[in-house]
Design a protein around this ligand. Structure first.
Ligand code: ATP
Length: 352
């Protein structure tokens, strides 16, 4: 286990005038690097062999390192190389999935933006739910056993899989029919959740401990195959037996203005609850996946406490970020701005 003190000791040795913002080459890496360059930082991207040309072509990566497998970034020698370059790593969805929340907490000596303790919370469905409930947020009902299913339900598996293999079931029989062909690991580890009908809103927030402020930087909807295609021809399909929920893209959305205060309340309550659950709480970008019901109530089924892929829609800022900033403010750039604002004195408040 790497302690905060260990990380802060590494930070102490850094040349603060030569910080390098780095991440893994996938997910939101381009946005993160563009934002870092806009804020005047050096950048570094770590990619798999064969991707160097792609990440080099935009002129936003000052340094490109490749590793055979992403997990190799945990090797001592590789970590030392990053530390010598005064690197602050920015975690994103693929980063957490490939390296593992536990490995990041236990083995990564390189400073990571944000509170690394949050990664263990946001990547574990049970803990996520505990956090949402503590924050007083409405969540879908869950059923412990297939026999308990009493409404249309969605069956999910662990990890950030972008919806892969999820299925719907209205009762235990439909559940058994669908789970039969799955891998043993999935047959033993699933979540059955009430399927909420409504409109999806996935707002992107940023919590700045320096300003003690939650900012709304954009909202998206995940564009999912094939369920979003099914909706177009549902009248021809009767009851479609097996829609899938595999993310294929993101669509921008703005919310009815009267919904925004509730959206902000949820975010603020989540920040407050995080301060109790894992001191000093969440830092930086986070997103909820919510559904607005016909009663205009938000039900939240997921929280991601790091930059999400939907923010790629807003590399030039969004309708909401423009209310707060007179310049194009992507989430990637907002992270770099927080690091810049922290300066020498306050880095330990945002790198934990
Ligand atoms: P991520 O890659 O974000 O970790 P995931 O694999 O954990 O995704 P979820 O985000 O939980 O999966 O769900 C995938 C999709 O399934 C959602 O975007 C949404 O369309 C649908 N979905 C999930 N839970 C519900 C629910 N309770 N009611 C309605 N739709 C849901």
């Amino acid at each position: 286990m790497i302690s905060k003190e260990d990380i802060h000791k590494v930070l102490e040795g850094y040349d603060k005038k030569k910080l390098t913002i780095a991440t893994i080459g996938s997910h939101t890496a381009l946005q993160i690097m563009k934002g870092a360059k806009d804020e005047g930082f050096r950048t570094l991207v770590i990619c798999r062999p064969g991707k160097e040309d792609f990440y080099g072509r935009f002129g936003i990566a000052d340094d490109i390192l490749s590793v055979k497998e992403y997990i190799d970034i945990l090797d001592d020698e590789f970590q030392q190389k990053l530390i010598e370059k005064n690197v602050i790593l920015i975690p994103h969805g693929s980063f957490v999935e490939y390296v593992g929340a536990k490995n990041i907490e236990d083995k990564l000596r390189v400073p990571v933006f944000g509170n690394r303790a949050v990664l263990g919370w946001e990547s574990d469905r049970g803990r996520e739910r505990e956090w949402l409930i503590k924050a007083g947020v409405r969540v879908p009902r869950e059923f412990d056993r297939p026999e308990d299913i009493d409404c249309l339900s969605i069956v999910k598996f662990p990890g950030a899989r972008g919806g892969r293999n999820y299925f719907l079931a209205k009762n235990a029989v439909e559940f058994e029919e669908n789970i039969r062909g799955m891998k043993l690991e999935d047959r033993e580890n699933f979540t059955i959740q009430e399927y909420i009908i409504g409109t999806r809103f996935y707002p992107h927030y940023f919590y700045s401990p320096l300003k003690n402020r939650v900012e709304l930087l954009g909202i998206d909807i995940r564009y999912e195959t094939n369920v979003d295609g099914v909706a177009r021809i549902s009248h021809l399909l009767g009851e479609h037996p097996n829609p899938s929920f595999v993310v294929a893209g993101n669509i921008p959305v703005v919310a009815r203005e009267s919904l925004l205060p509730r959206m902000m309340d949820i975010a603020e309550n989540l920040v407050k609850a995080s301060k109790d659950l894992f001191k000093p709480g969440m830092v930086g970008p986070f997103c909820i996946e919510s559904i607005c019901t016909e009663n205009l109530e938000f039900i939240v089924f997921e929280i991601s406490a790091r930059i999400v892929a939907g923010t790629n829609l807003y590399m030039q800022g969004s309708q909401y970020s423009q209310l707060l900033y007179d310049e194009p403010m992507s989430t990637g750039r907002r992270i770099a701005r927080e690091i810049k604002d922290a300066g020498k004195e306050n880095l330990t408040r945002i790198v934990l």
